[in-house]
Design a protein around this ligand. Structure first.
Ligand code: LLP
Length: 438
């Protein structure tokens, strides 16, 4: 089925030979498997899709490789950071810590890096103070802690509007069941505390969850407008947060981004009329910018029958891609057969298989549903030595990988202009024990 922008989700067994014009087999031979490959052109296209927003701020938690940060920075996208480590990455990728002078368009200057969290751990507080990073505070305690170190700072409040929605309960960040944000009824108290601490509240932010639908996201605009009235004229920036969905399953399509922007633009204009000055409108996508650009290339190392089921066991596990075990998330898959005569594209016949990894855990299955039930997928007939490509893996893929079972983190390559560039080397056995002593 074709998506609204022409991308095709494989609904039938598919052979994939290349990513961004570069041979999958060559990349695997050169860099080993498992391997994350990102297609730069797709990331650029996704940045461009959102050009109507005054500021697009990449939630780098989705994919924080320095080369990806550099790429989105060059595409005019600013960045969000949730830790001292992410601030360090943003700076290393060339982002300035503080904003440039106003641009003459009447909008307040945008902060290149914003720290968004519900707490300051001691490292992150040190980092924001040292670099003068703007903070988006998800708890009132952060206000006094910041004021004690950065008197007179400007801040954004992250408000929990009392409702939320996500692709999984674990990615719902609004409502009473969520620890995130300042509870909407507590905003007057947070404003008093900010004023008392000598901070100026210039920004308002809401993010209700990830991978939800636009109907739910749209409710945020009304909730934010109500809270903006409580904050008042000090407000210069509003953020719609992230959570833009991407198509993972066959038949899913891209959301109506134009309509979504129009809704938020109308909200912003009403606030401008009310306050008598311009308001900057921000969006904070993570997965939208990188999910579809990312591919996890694995090698099939065993094909087993367990009763009536066939399992393909690959060399990546939930240590490499955690989304299926954590959320029952669905990722499209394609095969890159070792036999070079099989052409790229959809094949007429496939086999129904379950796909698992190498870990000593029965949950190490890529084809599972929420709740941990093993599901199957129809893939082209596969053999040991073929490569299995797990797709739409560029968001919350590598960044959630771990060293469980003492497996090294995989390499990452950026495919751009028909060439693949290694942007992170695979960890070595020495990396695994670095810092340990007997
Ligand atoms: N802004 C804030 C404050 C967030 O907490 C998040 C995601 C985003 C933006 C970006 O959301 P996105 O546009 O990527 O949906 N590991 C989960 C997703 C967790 C998202 C956490 N916060 C997954 O693999 O689906």
């Amino acid at each position: 089925m074709a998506t609204s922008n022409g991308a095709v989700q494989p609904a039938t067994p598919t052979v994939r030979r290349s990513i961004g014009g570069v041979s999958v087999a060559d990349m695997a031979a050169r860099h080993g498997t498992p391997l994350y490959a990102y297609d730069a052109a797709t990331i650029r296209r996704r940045c461009h899709d959102l050009a109507a927003w005054d500021t697009v701020r990449f939630a780098q938690k989705a994919c924080s490789n320095l080369a990806v940060l550099d790429l989105v920075r060059r595409a005019g996208v600013l960045v969000d950071a949730v830790s001292a480590g992410e601030i360090h990455r943003a700076l290393a990728a060339g982002y300035a810590p503080r904003h440039a002078p106003p641009g003459g368009d009447g909008l307040a200057p945008a902060h290149p890096i914003v720290y968004t969290a519900d707490i300051f751990d001691r490292d992150s507080l040190d980092a924001v103070v040292r670099h003068g990073i703007h903070c988006n505070c998800g708890s009132a305690d952060m206000l006094e802690q910041l004021a004690a170190r950065s008197p007179g700072a400007e801040v954004t409040l992250r408000v929990n509007p009392g409702f939320g929605h996500g692709h999984s309960q674990k990615t719902n960040t609004g409502g009473e069941g969520s620890k995130h944000g300042i509870w909407h009824e507590e905003v007057p108290d947070a404003l008093r505390r900010a004023e008392w601490a000598g901070l100026a509240v210039t920004g308002l932010h809401m993010h209700i969850g990830s991978g939800t639908d636009l109907a739910h996201l749209a409710e945020v605009a009304g909730a934010l407008e109500r809270v903006a009235g409580e904050v008042g004229r000090s407000l210069t920036t509003i953020s719609a947060g992230g959570g833009l969905p991407v198509p993972y399953r066959p038949g899913e399509v891209h959301a109506d981004l134009g309509g979504y922007h129009r809704l938020w633009d109308a909200t912003r204009r009403r606030l401008e009329d009310r306050f008598g000055h311009r308001i900057r409108l921000e969006l904070e996508p993570g997965r939208y910018l990188t999910a579809e650009a990312g591919f996890l290339v694995t090698e099939i190392r065993a094909v087993k029958r367990q009763g009536s089921r066939t399992y393909l066991l690959v060399d990546a596990g939930f240590n490499t891609l955690a989304r299926p075990v954590m959320y029952g998330a669905y990722h499209p898959m394609s095969l890159c057969p070792a036999d070079p005569t099989l052409p790229e594209g959809q094949v007429a016949r496939g086999a129904e298989v379950a796909v698992g990894g190498p870990l000593c855990e029965s949950g190490d299955i890529f084809t599972q549903t929420d709740g941990g039930f093993v599901a199957t997928r129809v893939l082209p007939e596969a053999a040991v030595g073929d490569l299995l490509v797990i797709e739409v893996a560029g968001a919350y893929g590598f960044v959630m990988a771990s060293n469980y079972n003492s497996k090294p983190l995989p390499a990452e390559v950026l495919v751009d202009g028909g060439a693949a560039r290694l942007v992170r080397t695979r960890q070595t056995a020495d990396d695994l024990v670095r810092g340990e002593t007997v």
